[in-house]
Design a protein around this ligand. Structure first.
Ligand SMILES: Cc1cc2nc3c(=O)[nH]c(=O)nc-3n(C[C@H](O)[C@H](O)[C@H](O)COP(=O)(O)OP(=O)(O)OC[C@H]3O[C@@H](n4cnc5c(N)ncnc54)[C@H](O)[C@@H]3O)c2cc1C
Length: 376
């Protein structure tokens, strides 16, 4: 059983079917019939197209999984059963949880950009910028932010939006990190700094944004304020609320190197809900792959397991738009602890703003590239 309807869940389904063939009966429990393309949320602000995603019932049919439109509410690992919101209970042999994270306000008073849900608010802010009611906007990365890239993307594209209309505007990225997007390593950081400069976006590093004061200025945690008209912030993420599951800091679920939930038998977790410090779609898919291989091996499937060395490192793939050409960012992080091992960046050929970002994972990227997108 796979619980969730995001990238981690779909990669788990694809990988389990590929590894176990007809031997596995797959059930997926998800509250929605859309796989939302959350990484596209920042660019969708500037795009006339409606938000895009993929059709979950079609994906379930492709992999031969039974889709149950419901929510997992509790697990009873000793009985190998889950309880759903509809009060139905279902049995499983192996359970893969891929429930994502919950987003909360990290900087009170700021526009918290979670995903597609906040595109209308961001578009309203652009309207105020065009009308001259707003001139200086801070894009604030809160302390402990697990994926700051969308804020950089919003800052760069807002700066481009203003420059194309010759507006008198200033964008500022405020971050606790000393260097921009340092999770990709120093080489990428240098190129990101160059891209920010090219677009006239100021970077204020080593500063922890705390709250928005009356009048709009951004107060910093250890004193001082930054004078701006508006603040856009990333959310504070926290783990899912599910009875029967262990939780660490902020409710994230602790897992071992193979994705097994600490202390529970035959229960695995992947993606944003786990205690891994970086929340990224490619990492979510790579974690789902490791889990699928572990389940297949336990089921006696002789196919090659993911080598230890590959399972120990996560590959990060991202793309920053806003400059003359997209900037591709590649990074490597340790699976245990999330320490950055290095990375590199390069300029990609110019592509359409709406081109879906390339996603990691063994099966997901290729599968989605061959699937039609639908309105969310
Ligand atoms: C604005 C933004 C930009 C991003 N940009 C990038 C990027 O450029 N590159 C990148 O790799 N990543 C990016 N990310 C991160 C990426 O979107 C996440 O890491 C990824 O979506 C995590 O996948 P997931 O499957 O773990 O969780 P989610 O995508 O959150 O999916 C969780 C799923 O579980 C379902 N669910 C929740 N509770 C239950 C329940 N109780 N029972 C059953 N189902 C449940 C939800 O409905 C959802 O379908 C971005 C994220 C955001 C918000």
């Amino acid at each position: 059983m796979v619980a969730g309807g995001g990238f981690a869940a779909v990669e788990a389904l694809l990988a389990l079917r590929a590894l176990l063939g007809d031997r596995a009966q797959l059930t997926v429990v998800a509250p929605t019939d859309r796989l939302a393309c959350r990484p596209a949320a920042a660019t969708e602000v500037f795009d006339a197209e409606p938000p895009r995603g993929y059709d979950l019932p079609a994906i379930a049919a492709d992999v031969g999984a039974r889709l149950r439109r419901d929510r997992v509410q509790a697990i009873a690992p000793e009985m190998h059963r889950v309880r759903l919101r509809s009060f139905a209970t279902l049995p499983y042999d192996a359970l893969v949880l891929a429930l994502g994270a919950r987003a909360q306000v990290a900087i009170p008073g700021a526009l918290t950009f979670r995903d597609q849900r906040d595109v209308p608010q961001m578009r309203r802010l652009l309207g105020e910028l065009r009308a001259g009611a707003v001139r200086r906007i801070a894009f604030a990365v809160p302390s402990g932010c697990s994926w700051p890239l969308p804020l950089y993307q919003l800052a760069l594209l807002t700066a481009r939006h203003a420059a194309e209309r010759r507006l008198d505007a200033e964008m500022i990225v405020v971050s606790p990190a000393r260097a921009p997007l340092d999770l990709f390593g120093p080489d990428c950081s240098r190129l990101v700094r160059g891209l920010l400069r090219e677009r006239g976006v100021r970077f204020i590093g080593g500063s922890v944004p705390a709250e928005v004061r009356r009048g709009g200025s951004l107060a910093l945690q250890f004193g001082g304020t930054i004078d701006v008209d508006r603040v856009v912030a990333a959310p504070q993420l926290c783990g899912p609320r599910l009875s029967g599951l262990p939780g660490r800091w902020w409710g994230f679920v602790p897992v071992d190197d193979r994705g097994r939930v600490e202390g529970l038998q035959d229960v695995y977790a992947a993606g944003d809900m786990t205690s891994f410090p970086i929340k990224e779609a490619g990492i979510a898919a790579q974690q789902a792959d490791v889990i699928a291989h572990t389940i297949a091996a336990a089921a006696g499937e002789p196919r090659e397991p993911i080598p230890e060395a590959a399972a120990a490192v996560h590959q990060l793939h991202a793309r920053l738009l806003g400059g003359t050409r997209p900037l591709a960012l590649r990074g490597r992080v340790e699976r245990r602890g999330g320490r950055t091992l290095g990375g590199h960046a390069f300029r990609e050929p110019v592509g359409p703003l709406s081109a879906p970002p390339r996603l990691g994972g063994r099966y997901l990227g290729e599968y989605l590239a061959g699937s039609a997108q639908v309105a969310v």
